[in-house]
Design a protein around this ligand. Sequence first.
Ligand SMILES: NC(=O)c1ccc[n+]([C@@H]2O[C@H](COP(=O)([O-])OP(=O)(O)OC[C@H]3O[C@@H](n4cnc5c(N)ncnc54)[C@H](O)[C@@H]3O)[C@@H](O)[C@H]2O)c1
Ligand SMILES: [Zn+2]
Length: 359
Amino acid sequence: MQTLTVELEDRSYPINIGAGLLRQRSLLQAALPARDILLVSNTTVAPLYAEAVRSALTDRRVVEVVLPDGEQHKTLATAGRVFDVLVANRFARDALVVALGGGVVGDLAGFVAACYQRGVDFVQIPTTLLAQVDSSVGGKTAVNHPGGKNLIGAFHQPREVLADTDVLGTLPERELQAGLAEIIKYGLICDRPFFDWLEQNIEALRRRDDAALAHAIFRSCQIKAQIVGRDERERGERALLNLGHTFGHAIEAATGYVDWLHGEAVGAGLLIAASMSQRLGGLAAADVDRLRVLLGRAGLRTVAPQIGADQAAHFMSVDKKVKSGRVRLVLLHSLGKAYISGDYPDAALQDTLRAHFGA
Ligand SMILES: NC(=O)c1ccc[n+]([C@@H]2O[C@H](COP(=O)([O-])OP(=O)(O)OC[C@H]3O[C@@H](n4cnc5c(N)ncnc54)[C@H](O)[C@@H]3O)[C@@H](O)[C@H]2O)c1
Ligand SMILES: [Zn+2]
């Protein structure tokens, strides 16, 4: 097992990564130190992994909430159901909420923990690759609103993150690939050697080789932890983590959140960000090609849907990353060096959008 720490003073917490963590009773008992535990999962993950958690906690009161599976259930109404269970069971301020699942369960359970009695402890047990490298770390919690994704939320850091690489064995291949897009993102943002390592190990990752997965998850979490430790509330640097996301959100929104998984849209978005960076003269054409090849080898789509440049621009402008009317973009100086900019020629963005989304 490898451990690293998100350094946030009195809210610092460990991220534990390794194979078979859910089989270690003593580890679970130590990580979940409360008498009253609310275990939140969904109809897909609970039958696979809830018993492992429950059986380690026979001396506690464990109440389980099994949510329907899917992003469409990440709503205030579903959160309301979870609040009802907490209240009905008279859970108090010392209760612990445990999220067992992907990013949907983690975001929703974290949001519930942030609000219940003005905040109770919570622990993340992420079960998708995307959740293990991204959503379980950093304390962003939210539910969706019909008017937009993640519009209602709070910053609430977990007390601990337990990422068991064994659970990835049951993950559908598309979900695994979607997680790889976020991993590639970290290399692009600030770690060229990690990007090189990904080029050498992408097949091993797709085969779900334990050692390769553990390394990729560890390095991804380390990068995210460092950035979050310096800028918890996204006043500056944390926005680098949105590389590929402004373009990706346009893809997700324009296609109604059904054809493209979040990570898949991010993968295509990374390539568009790279292409825009090339247009601005920062990134070499050969580096854009390297990225395109790596995304393809990861099984990701590199051609964006032809939603049209105007529609893409529209969805980019309703994304949360707009500051005083201007879309701030995360762009690349080189592979491994990202920067944030609101100061780019509009024509370059227009041309990029036309090239990738059609006129
Ligand atoms: N809080 C953050 O910082 C942050 C960051 C990125 C994404 N997110 C959010 O995360 C969500 C996406 O998360 P996701 O990609 O994990 O999707 P998800 O939670 O929907 O999980 C994907 C699918 O895999 C299933 N699944 C989960 N673990 C499994 C396992 N071990 N074996 C088999 N099936 C399994 C789930 O039931 C689901 O059907 C979005 O709502 C997004 O907004 C949040
Ligand atoms: Zn993402």
